[in-house]
Design a binder for this molecule. Structure first.
Ligand code: AMP
Length: 213
């Protein structure tokens, strides 16, 4: 399958993407994970992205398109992909449309995961992430078995730099201003499936039904 997962930070895009990859071998492509990897490795890309990420702002469209133009041409994308956190602005959506047309590819559809703001805020302030493998935990509902240590890879489980209350507020404002308009964009393209659900199982059910699986 080839899907875009839209939704505010904390809406569950990453969790849903991870579950979908198990269904048919599609790969999850998270621009946030790619950027965090670059920051951790201290690459030129990481240096260019770090300050904006820490503040909860978006990195530039050019930087993101530079990453995605290469990433979507990699071999593992042939079995399908789930775009998680990309596109995030109208210019990115337009550039992706042109890129896919150039590659002769079509997306199945775009899933907009719609979750109330109070649920999002609660999830983001209690979310913890493994810095090695990206596994996601929650201090209240799904803590790692051993505090601060990832159940699957043993890596450190920490609160992300951009998940302080200040940065979260900014990320949600940026989302409303720059990313929420993408729902209208894809509605206009006849590609939008909006799912109002706080459980990832309900989102998966809606997606599989639409895919006709
Ligand atoms: P995420 O893990 O998707 O919440 O992304 C973390 C941070 O990476 C965001 O707050 C942005 O600073 C940056 N980022 C990730 N994806 C994009 C994108 N498509 N466009 C611009 N910035 C992005």
């Amino acid at each position: 399958m080839k899907l875009i997962l839209l939704g505010a930070p904390g809406a569950g895009k990453g969790t849903v993407a991870k579950l979908l990859t198990k269904m048919d071998g599609s790969v999850q492509i998270s621009t946030g994970d790619i950027l965090r990897g670059a920051v951790a490795a201290g690459t030129e890309l990481g240096k260019q992205a770090e300050a904006a990420m820490k503040a909860g702002d978006l990195v530039s469209d050019d930087l993101i398109m530079g990453i995605m133009k290469d990433r979507l041409r990699e071999d593992d994308c042939k079995s399908g992909y789930l775009l998680d956190g990309f596109p995030r602005t109208i210019p990115q959506a337009e550039a992706l449309k042109a890129l896919l047309a150039d590659m002769g590819e079509e997306l199945d559809f775009v899933v907009n995961i719609d979750v109330p703001r109070d649920v999002i805020l609660d999830r983001l302030t209690t979310r913890r992430t493994c810095t090695d493998c990206g596994a996601i935990y929650n201090v209240k509902s799904n803590p790692p078995k051993e505090e601060g240590k990832c159940d699957s890879c043993g890596g450190p489980v920490v609160q992300r730099d951009d998940e302080t209350e200040e940065a979260i507020g900014n990320r949600l404002d940026v989302y409303n201003e720059k990313t929420a308009p993408l729902a209208n964009f894809y509605e206009g393209e006849g590609m939008l499936l909006t799912v109002s659900a706080t459980s990832s199982d309900a989102v998966i059910d809606a997606i599989t039904e639409k895919l006709g699986k």
